[in-house]
Write a protein that binds this ligand. Structure first.
Ligand SMILES: Cc1ncc(C[n+]2csc(CCOP(=O)(O)OP(=O)(O)O)c2C)c(N)n1
Ligand SMILES: [Mg+2]
Length: 315
């Protein structure tokens, strides 16, 4: 497997810059509701997207999925418009930060109900198998979601039906304020997955090479109808949602994933200037996307009524 580490670094920087610009817009009162930032999962998001083929693979994500949608290639202006409640967003600005939908980029949906995205990915995997597309269904979920009944049922179903599916656990060690160690009865997610019959892998979300390698092996297993599970250790750099007083995660780890990939690039002989240029370019793109989105009109009664007439909702 040949990796373009500089491109992955650029993508990770783009996600981080996008999220911090969203944070700025939260402060300015431009984001309706809470924003759960992807700061800490940038490397995992970029590595996962690298292992997938957006034309045939389908990913679902959690309430914390801005980074994953962007990594898969969702239009950043449309993502920003959706988060900012602007006309022209992925769902015309009416679904918001926790319900991003970009199937044309392989990003089936994110979901605000903890764990609910996982059986949806099993459905995508069943479709891929039935239609013989060669694709995989991938569910990304947190350590809190890992204890939800629907997630455990999906694991069993994936093995029973030999689905081309990958369960990707982003373990940041905490669900809102409940530690993974407290909530996980067995103590080991890997052992639990293996006992379901899943092909189980582990990866460090700060080590881009190991992360890409493990994700590649997990998706290859799923493509061969041996459903897989991978636990990726990630950070939660800015609290459960932006603006929350951060009490339950290691703030010293902030930006650790980005620092680690930069150090890897320098060790590979890429010069610091090239890294700086990649980072600056990514930041400019992120800032421009959000500025364009901000200029769009806010969703109002007219758009809502139009959707009600199309969907029949509220009738
Ligand atoms: C079914 C359900 N229960 C509770 C919540 C409230 N809630 C939102 S996010 C969250 C924590 C999820 O933790 P985890 O799965 O570890 O994801 P993380 O936030 O750490 O990325 C909770 C309890 C919810 N949205 N849905
Ligand atoms: Mg968590």
């Amino acid at each position: 497997m040949s990796l373009n580490l500089l491109k992955l670094f650029e993508k990770a920087c783009f996600i981080r810059a996008f999220e911090y610009e969203i944070a700025r817009q939260c402060d300015a009162g431009e984001v309706p509701g809470l924003a759960h930032l992807s700061t800490g999962t940038e490397i995992a998001d970029a590595a996962l997207a690298d292992a997938l083929n957006p034309t045939i693979d389908r990913v679902t994500g959690s309430h914390r999925s801005h980074g994953l949608a962007l990594a898969m290639g969702a239009d950043p202006i449309k993502v920003a418009k959706e988060i900012l409640g602007r006309v022209g967003g992925l769902s015309d600005g009416m679904a918001g930060t926790q319900h991003l939908i970009a199937p044309e980029s392989g990003f089936l949906t994110s979901n605000g109900i903890v764990g609910a995205q996982v059986p949806l990915a099993a459905g995508a995997a069943l479709t891929a198998k039935t239609m013989k597309t060669g694709g995989v269904g991938v569910a990304v979920f947190g350590d809190g979601a890992a204890n939800q009944g629907a997630v455990l049922e999906a694991m069993n179903l994936a093995v029973a039906l030999a689905l081309p599916m990958v369960f990707v656990l982003y373990n940041n060690g905490v669900a809102q304020t409940t530690s993974a160690a407290f909530a996980g009865g067995s103590g080991s997610f890997i052992q639990r997955a293996a006992s379901f019959g899943l092909n189980a892998f582990v990866a460090d979300g700060c080590d881009i090479r190991l992360c890409c390698d493990a994700l590649e092996r997990a998706t290859a297993s799923a493509r061969a109808f041996k459903p897989a599970f991978i636990e990726v250790g990630v950070g939660r750099d800015d609290g459960h949602y932006y603006g929350e007083q951060q009490t339950s995660t290691d703030a010293e780890n902030g930006g650790g994933a980005i620092r680690a990939i930069r150090a890897q690039l320098l060790a590979d002989g890429v010069d610091a200037l090239a890294c700086e240029q990649a980072k600056n370019g990514a930041e400019n793109l992120a800032h421009t996307a959000i500025a364009v989105a901000l200029a769009a009109p806010k969703v109002g009664r007219v758009e809502l009524d139009r959707w009600i007439s199309i969907t029949g909702a509220g009738v």
